[in-house]
Every structure is written in structure tokens, then in C-alpha cells.
Design a protein. Sequence first.
Lengths: 469, 364
Amino acid sequence: MNTDNLTTAGEELSSLEKVKQGLKDIFGQTTDLAVVSVHVGQYEGLLCYLTTMTSTDFITGKIVKELSLSEDKEQLSKEETFRELEDCHFSGLKHETLQNMEDSSNKMVLGYAAIFVDGLPLVLAVDVRSLSSRSVEEPTSQNVVRGPKEGFTESADTNMSLIRRRFNNVKLRFEKFELGYMTHTAVYIAYLDGEVEEHILEQVRERLNSAYIDSLFDSGRIEDLLHSKGKSMQLFPTICNSERPDAVCSYMINKRIAVIVDGSPFVLIVPSIFTDFFKSPEDEYQWFVIGSFARYLRYFAFILSLIVPGLYIAVTSYHQELIPSILLTSIAAQREGIPFPAGIEILLMEITFEILREAGTRMPRIVGQTISIVGALVLGEAAVQAGIVSNINVIVVSLTAISGFVAPIYTFGAKVRFFRFGMIILSSLIGLYGLVLGCCLLMVQLTRIESFGVPYLSLFSKWDKRRVT
Amino acid sequence: MTLSKVNTVDTFTLQLVFLLSTSIIFGTPSVVPDSWLVGIVAFFPACLLIVIYSTMLALQEDRGLYPMLEKAWGKVIGKGFVLIYSTYFLYIAARNIRDMIELIMSTLLRMTPVPLLTTMFVLLIAYTVLGGLHAIARFASLILWLILFMLLTLAILLMFSSSIILEQMLPFLSKGMWPVVKSAFSFSIWFPYGEIIVFLVFQPQLGGAKGFRKITLYAFLSTCIILSLTDLIQIWTLGLEDKKYSVFALLDAARLINIANIITRMDAIIALIIIFGTLLKCTVFLLACTEGVARVFNREAKDFAFPLAVVAGAFSILVTRNSAEHVTEGLKYVIYTLHIPLQLLVPLLTLLLIRIRYRKGATT
């Protein structure tokens, strides 16, 4: 491999020396650039690629072997040799014919090998991209008991193939976009042609094309870009994500568009509506009664996690008459030695829980044990015995905490936690009235939002074609 | 800009919740013994209102109340009428807020300052108004389930606490038909049925004359059935006399629920659900008001949402000194000085004027 000692300067493709110089100008001293002298047919040639974007096996097995085979052919002109390479030797690989250095180098960055022939102003770019990536594993954030165990990986190619193998259908389309002026990350949209609404597709294309960001490492970043502009005050997520190919495919059948970002195992689904966040693909794989029961349970848990702490505060501090007398006496007895009002008490425990949760997710796996032991102490019997909080408070906080995690999509649960604090504050200020106003606000917000012109929460109106946001 | 239309089912739920929301608790006048009949009797003349309103719409290509007024009365007087209607809607919204606050004050929060409660509510209304009619209609469909669920639970729980005694509705028509008919004409037609006039404002976004006739008829019918049933439940549980003198009869009925000493005091919960209904109704009125004001002053309707909401809140506190005055004003003066002229006389005159000024074929 002679990647060094490029000396003479010159014009772009006229001679191999000039090509070498050109490559040096563009790539500088980067160590992963391989420039190999080869024989192309009867002529001198150069094989250039980035070693980090391919594997040695691939280069020796496919490219070098084919090039050496081309040497044995009879005498041909340069152009004919080039055509011969293109049509016979590399016809099985994805390839393109380019005419200048700039295009070639841009292709090389994407994992192409560029083959130059001495004195010929043409460059053959062959796709030799072969990257190591995590193999297809079980998804970590969305588990099912029954159903496919495959999950998306960081490689967009793998992800697309996971989708394609579930749709043996000519209508499945992938479209490529490039985002990030520094990283040139590939973003793909996948949809079923004829099924999706054309105006939604147009909006997605337009927003991806007009996006101006420097880098893109996870699909979470383009969630904001895909949101309608000037609607940053949305309290609910309008873009759903999934790690499961079967879930994404079942969304796509329901007229959705999947957005795949290279490097992220989370595939976005647009447009998403409220009910999407409560569906788990597992619901469809079992008896429908059990599936629906599970789904309604999730809605119920969502409501619980929102209002239970607020309700507890409002009822114990403002509307004691609403509690049955026996329960009221037992609550009062428990709260007897507690120094704080109910609002502060709940807020204290909720914040403790949030800290525990945050620590639990960020902490290295090995020390994970510690959290559960310490957490059980802080959020449990010890706190009660110390006289800081009452027993019923611990029950309320734990119930809300568990309910908050029932939503199958984690990002949804994350937002709900914020509303819970709002509800706690409102109801500790003006009791049930505040709680109900808070609920009203959420309901109004839920019905106000639209995701790409599709009403976010609507009990009766089906998708309204005429609406464009 | 072409406005897309709210679909039929959403329009229906919007109108139904609009009609039910406050009347379910403040609705029928308690002065007559057989109040449940009043609703049924009032239904038939109320249908005449539908005829008048839909004819108005049909005459001028579903353009809505405000353009219609300007067309019939000319630019200047028309604009005057638009302002009068806007104020009227704002006033009703203020009254509804006051009703709701009275209810909250008497059941939930006795000590909290009224301005605080009103301000929070009013800001919420303004926020809802900004969402536009589509969002409000979707919101209504949520509320409808809440209200129906609440009524059904109420009936079932009352039944299980054996509070429903059918004999309580006797004597039936002890004073003859006349008080019922009189009450229907002097009260129930105008509230809640007549208030449907506010939907004329939104017709460009709703179904138009044909849709209006059909949807409103169904909405009236459902309202009539639901209101009569709730009235019957109240009478069966409270008895004729108690119902007559109770301020919030439905709440008093709910108070009788007692199942094994655990499920008690349901009235507060019902009072809370009324908040949802009132919110929706006030929102519809305020939206109509903002559109009227925006039309007269040539501004965006959205600019007026917050200021007008605050005005409505202030109105609701300033409009009367106490609850008794508020109720009397609602039962007597509002009906004769506002409801009847603005719901019946002005529309009739407008209809006549349009007929006279624009004869057949001469559409402009």
C-alpha cells in the first residue's frame, strides 16, 4: 500500500500522478486513505478507498480479484477496458461512472472505491461499503412476551432490510435524504405507495429537505424538525418511535410514514396520534379481548398517573368530606405526626422518586444493585418510620410511579411526569377545582394538537383529507 | 382561504354538549311541578326556531349570521347588530361563568376568593378559543362521554342506594297542562334551545342550511330526551316539593347516594364535571363574540380572545351583587329583554328584509 510520497502537482484526472495529488489535497494526511496501484486491463490504474469504510476481505475478494482477471483479456482501448470493467467485472456491485475528483471523493466518503485509469477522464466508483455493526438483537426498550424478537440496529441498511422482508410488496418505497451539513447523515423515509396521504408525504419531504442542522446522531434530533413550525408549545409528543420492525410495519399499513436515521435504532413514525402511544404490537398477536383489556388498562394507568397525587392532595387538604369517614380517620391518624402539609409531602416524595429513576437509568449496570436497596429504604418503610411522610403517601407515590411507566413508548411517559407536577401544584393551591382545570387544559391541548394535519385526539372524525396544517 | 368543514358527528356532539352542559344543572325551571314535561313540550316550538334559522341560511348560501345581518340591514346598521350580538354572546358567557362559580362556591370551595377562580377559568377559555372550531368540536366529543357517563353512573348508583321512588312523581299534572305550557314558552325554548343561534355564526365551517336543519334537529331531540330523563331522576329521588325549592336539584339528588357508607357525597364530583360543560359552552360563545368583534373592527379574531375573555370574567363578577339577584335576572329580565328579541324577533325581521330586498333570483 503506497499511501505516501505523492509529489507532483497537476490537473485533475489527466494522469495518475495528478490524481494522487488531487486526493492528497482533498483528504490531507488521513491515515485511512488507501491508494493502491493496480493494473486495469493492460493499463496503469489506481484503486482508492477509505479503509475505515470497508473490509480487507471485501477489497481483496471482490475488487482486486476482478481487476487481476481483467488483465488476462486481449488488447482493448482504454474506454473499452473501462466499459468492460463496468459491465462485466463489477456489474454485480453497485457502481457509478463519475467524471471529476470532487464527486469521486464524496463517493469515497460514503464507502465507495474509486478506480482511476491512467489518462482516462472517467472514474469508476464501486460500492464496497461493509461496516461492522451490532447484529440484530432483541429490542431493549420495548419488550414483548409474544411476538417477533428482532429489533432495529444502528445500521440503516439493516433496518431497511428488516422492513422490506416483512413487506414482500412492490409498493414499499424508500427515499433517501441527507441531513447535517457536517455529518451528511443518511435519512430514509419508508412508506407504502398509494396508501399514505400524498400531502402528508409532501410535508415530510419538505421538512426534511429544508432542515438545517450541523449534525445528526439520533432520530430524537429530527423529531423537533418534523414538528410543525411555531408549535413548540405542544405538551404531547406528536411523533412516535419504535425499536421493533413489526410495530413499524403495522403502523405503515395504517398509512404512516417511517423515518429511518442511519445510526439510530429508533425509527420514527409520522403522523402519530394519541392512541399510537398506547398500542403495543403484542396487542394484535393475542386474543383481541386480552389485547383490548391491556390497552384500556394503559389508558387507565395514564389517567391514574396524572391525577392520583393531585387528587390525594386536594381531597386531604380541601375536601375531606369526600372521603368515607372510616378512611378519613385512618388517614388522619397516619398523618398525625407528619410536619408537612400534603402538597409538600407528595412533592418531596415525587422528587425523590425522580432522582432515583434518573440515577437508575444513568448508573453503570454493575452498581445497579445499590440503587434498588437504597431506593427501597428511601421510598419505603424507613421514610415512614422517620416521620417524614405517611404510609398512604408512599402508596400514592408508588402507584403513580408504576402507572407512569405503563405507556409502551417511553418518551410519552417522560412528558406525563411533567404534567403530574403541574397537577400537584394546582391542586395544592386550589384543590379539586385546580385539578379539574388542569385536566381541562390537558384535554384542550390534546384536542388542539394536530400531527401533520391529522387530529391528535379525536373520537369521531376520521382522517380529514382536506386539512393541511 | 377556504375553511374546511367540521364533520357531521363532531358538529352534532358539539351542539349536544352545548345544549346540555349548563342546562343539565341550571336548566329547567323548578317553579312548575311537572318540570320534566316542560322539556318535552318546549321541544316542538323550538323546532320552529330551526326552521327560521335554516331558512335564513338557505337564503344566502350559508355565509353565517354576521354577513347575513350586514346584508339585510345595510353596512352601518348591520355592523351595529353584529356588535349587539357579540355583546349578547359575551353576556351569556359571563352569566354561565357566574353560574359555574356559584356552584363551585356552594359545593367545593367556600373560602377561596372568587376573582382567582374566575381568572383561571377565563384564561382557560381564551386558550380553548384560540384552538379554533375544529379543536373545540373534538373537545366536545370528549366532554359528551364524560357527561353521559356521569349521568348513567348517577342513575345506577341512585338505584342501588334505593333512592329512586317512582311514586314521587305523582300527582301528575295536578294543576293541568297550562303551567307546563306557559313555562315551556317563557323559559325552556329560549334556554337552552334558542341559544343554538350562536351556531349560525360558524355556519361556513359547519354543514350549511341542510346540515344545520338535520343535525340541530337530532341535537334538540337528544337534548330533550336526556334533559327529561335527568328531570325525572331528580323528581323520583327528591320528590316534587324538594325539587321545586332546590337550587341545584341534580346535586341534591346526587347527595342521596349512599352505598355501604363508602360511595357517598357524589355531588362534588358532579359539580366538577359541570366545569367541563361550562368551559365548552363559554368557549363557543366567546368564539362567536370574537368573530363578531373582529368583523366590525377589521382585525384578526385571535387578537380578541384574551381581552374579551377577561372582560367576560369581569362581567361575571360585576353583573349582579348576589346569587339571588343573579337567578332572578336570568329567569325574568334576560329572557324578555335579550333572549326573545335576539333569538326570535331580529332573526325574523332579518329574514323578512332579505326576502324583500333580494327577490327570487336576484342573488348578490
